[in-house]
Design a protein around this ligand. Structure first.
Ligand SMILES: [Zn+2]
Length: 63
């Protein structure tokens, strides 16, 4: 299987495990999650989980 897209992270935030966001690194090392949804979904105390899944968040896909 090949893909033309560059490797990037995808994952879910908080209790919503159906919406897969594009994850970007963020720069606050004191926060629990190293990656954060590109669209800004979730709250600071939500956990972010990386998944090997296709991004399906419309906001992230639109960025
Ligand atoms: Zn998103």
């Amino acid at each position: 299987m090949t893909t033309k897209k560059p490797a990037s992270s995808a994952g879910t935030v908080g209790d919503d495990i159906l919406t897969v966001h594009a994850l970007v690194k963020r720069h606050q090392p004191d926060l629990a999650s190293r990656y954060w949804p590109a669209c800004g979904a979730g709250k600071d105390d939500d956990r972010v989980f990386e998944w090997l899944r296709r991004v399906n968040c419309p906001d992230c896909l639109d960025i």
